[in-house]
Ligand binder design. Sequence first.
Ligand code: FE2
Length: 324
Amino acid sequence: MLVLGIESSAHTFGVGIVDRGKVLSNEKMMFNITDKGLIPGKVAQTHIKNAPMTVKRALESAKIKITDIEGVGYTRGPGLGPCLQVGELTAKMIAKRLGVKIAQVNHGAAHVEIARDAAKMRDPLALYVSGGNSQILKAVEKPFKHYEIIGETFDIGVGNMIDNFARGAKLNPAWGSTVAKMAQNGKYVRLPYTVKGMDFAFTGLLTSAIKMLGKESKEDVCYSIQETAFSMLCEATERALLLTRSKELCVCGGVAQSARLREMLAMVAKENGARFGFAANEFNADNGGMIAFLAERMLKSGMDSKIEQCGVEQRYRIDRARIA
Ligand code: FE2
């Protein structure tokens, strides 16, 4: 089934096309983040401008016409309201014009599902780490198939924490990848470490790391904030692996692009006799391909929505999203 998926939860407007579980194209246009961060209204305006071109590019690289599309999916949430609405309206317009079915997709569930498929796993424990989210997840069947949250951040997502630190440290560009580069020449200085069972918190770590910037070298603080945050995630994940007796572990979401986090998780998996895997980076960053991927399965299982029932939900929790 040829399905077009649209992602617009934050600064990326992405359009992907999938057929029988295979991603045929995955195009995106991005809002350029400045030092002021993301202003939802401004990002949404850019998405409106970029939407037609991104759809066109996705169709061209999949080598199909818009009239070939048999179903549409879009990100219902979580995300920034005005940005989500641009994806919702674009998807509704296409579905209505073509007279095809539409599916409302949970962004996090799409990240996990595309990673699970790429890693060829059946029922993994998943660590979902992005800007706004940090959760440990496991699929359960009842009362409907969904991802249960067995551990999560008490405050902010690990990605936003590292980006905030990068802005505080005046790194250019102020992203996690710059922190990772600086960390290569750093050594460890002590920072707060907060894990409670399978949950964790990052704001204490962020505040202390920013305070430490004048006293220790930038390289040392970059190394230490990254090692501390990733160790916290690994400790909670290891506990969840033991509890669920899972023999598969996957990582997904924007922060899953970090080579250091992958290296640490691979060690955790190995020590616990579990296989470790992840998707290609284009699917860990926000993208329309993963939305089309989950939408196709939803549509095939009769999980389409009426156009007038479609909407967006800024805090659409993954544990409320039916995945099959
Ligand atoms: Fe994402």
